[in-house]
Design a protein around this ligand. Sequence first.
Ligand code: BDR
Ligand code: CA
Length: 316
Amino acid sequence: MHKVIFDTDPGVDDAMALLFLERHPQIDLVGITTTFGNASIETTTRNAQFLKREWGIAAPIAKGDGQKYLATGEIHHYPAHIHGDDGLGNIGVPDVIDGVPLDPRPAHRFIIDTVKANPGEVTIVAVGRMTNLANALHEAPEIAGLVKEVVIMGGAFDVPGNVTPAAEANIHGDALAADVVMTAPWKVVAVGLDVTLKTVMSRKALAALAERGGPAVELLDRISQFYIDFYDAQAPDSMVVHDTCACVYVVARELFTTRSGPIRVSAEGVAEGKTIQKPDGMIFGRSVWDDKPSQLVCTDVDAAGVMALIEKTLAG
Ligand code: BDR
Ligand code: CA
């Protein structure tokens, strides 16, 4: 069993990822921590509460920070054109979700406490801005040695970004936080656009899944329509399953090809949010990658294998 803390900004593709984690038999979802990104922290937290209630999820929710790591600048914007004004495809999520209280601790403190209570056992799957993780490391750097693994959806290594030619959204949205996470002495696996753009589910396949997966997948299907419309130009009539792809890595890493080496993130300027890996074994002059831990970047994926596992898991 994998104990997982899911750090997320629901978010349409986040919603699918949450249902995947909840339904996968080898995953023990021990907590949901929210981050801003696809919408404000108030909206993403409310959405996590909504999904917890609708899907009967037991894991507690802890609310994350609503501003960037160390308050280093303004939040760029919330992509309502991709995830809807309500962050869940404009299905009309209620403003307040009764009966789903939040954990009293802020997300970064929840992460620290949970990791310390389960040394060496917790995998953090982070699919939004990396702010909560950076805050946790700032307050308790010793947790780096206690976390089993950090799997992130983020970055664009050998491909263009999706919010600028240089940067992917989760990294661009809090670039300094991402650099802190990549360079900490823990094991990071970056599941970025290099592979997630290859993992797509057609509208038709999702509809068919909704018939097999019951009301939970029916809700997911409704949530996803707005997002599928947005992605039409890149993935005709289909859903790019960025965040679920990262979750699949936790249980089926054999489906991914990886490259090892330290990762740095450009924190400002025209390349703000660009993720750059120095592959192990390549020789350069002195650089800011020196003495940083080697991390794994996913460079290729068995997309058919990933999609088959997602469909099987969501169908329940
Ligand atoms: C990432 O950004 C968000 O829009 C998605 O939820 C995903 O985590 C893709 O760049
Ligand atoms: Ca996300």
